[in-house]
Design a protein around this ligand. Structure first.
Ligand code: 3NM
Length: 210
């Protein structure tokens, strides 16, 4: 898969007065190089419509596009990949459906899950929640930057740190060894989405040479 630095996940509840595509375009213009559509509330029909719009947007900018949960929607709009969780289909089964050319990302919250994801053929893993977050309901206690250090030592597939990451605490995450950062609320809830992304990218570039 094409490597990335700043992963923005949609969170429309954080920008009730602004349009989804506009906000995500600002994120891309600020340097976000991978976008995920995550919608746990709307019908598949609505998710599909949003996915079509974001596919068009990401194609225009050459940015990777991932769909959360809905494998069928991801295939229907020809997204670059899917992101699934611990309670979804096993990676091997998801792989049979999407094929070798799509990206499969998996959320992990402990080193055993990371090991299993690698063994099963995930293309990347989410590592989190690093800090407390209000953006995910079923999430476990924060895993802290200790989990990042474990993953750096043991896991060879790419990982992205997620959960409660803000401009004011991202340095701790980078110092622990993360090379890729993911955020929802800090980015899409910002007044100036583009500027927040630029600031994340600057911090990543200061600490990491991918
Ligand atoms: N997954 P925010 S934490 C979607 O740990 C998601 O797997 C997590 O949102 C995980 O940047 C999380 O607003 C929410 O904290 C991230």
């Amino acid at each position: 898969m094409k490597d990335f630095k700043l992963y923005t996940i949609t969170g429309e509840e954080f920008h009730p007065n602004r349009d989804l595509v506009t906000v995500m375009e600002q994120a891309i213009l600020g340097g976000s190089d991978i976008i995920q559509l995550r919608d746990k509330t709307n019908s598949k029909k609505v998710v599909f419509e949003k996915a079509k719009q974001l596919r068009e947007l990401t194609k225009k900018y050459g940015v990777t596009f991932i769909v959360n949960d809905h494998i069928d929607v991801a295939l229907a709009v020809d997204a670059d990949g899917i992101h699934i969780g611990q309670d979804d289909l096993p990676i091997e089964e998801a792989r049979k459906i999407v094929g070798e050319n799509k990206i499969i990302g998996l959320s992990t919250h402990a080193i055993e899950e990371a090991r299993e994801a690698e063994r099963a053929g995930a293309d990347y893993i989410g590592v989190g929640p690093i800090f407390h977050t209000k953006s995910k309901v079923d999430v476990v206690d924060p895993v802290t930057t200790d989990y990042i250090r474990q993953v750096v030592q043991e896991i060879t597939i790419p990982f992205v740190a997620i959960g409660g990451i803000k401009l004011h605490n991202v340095d701790q995450v980078l110092e622990a060894g993360a090379a890729r950062i993911c955020a929802i609320s800090e980015i899409v809830g910002a007044e100036d989405v583009q500027s927040v992304c630029q600031q994340f990218i600057e911090k990543i570039n200061q600490k990491v040479k991918l």
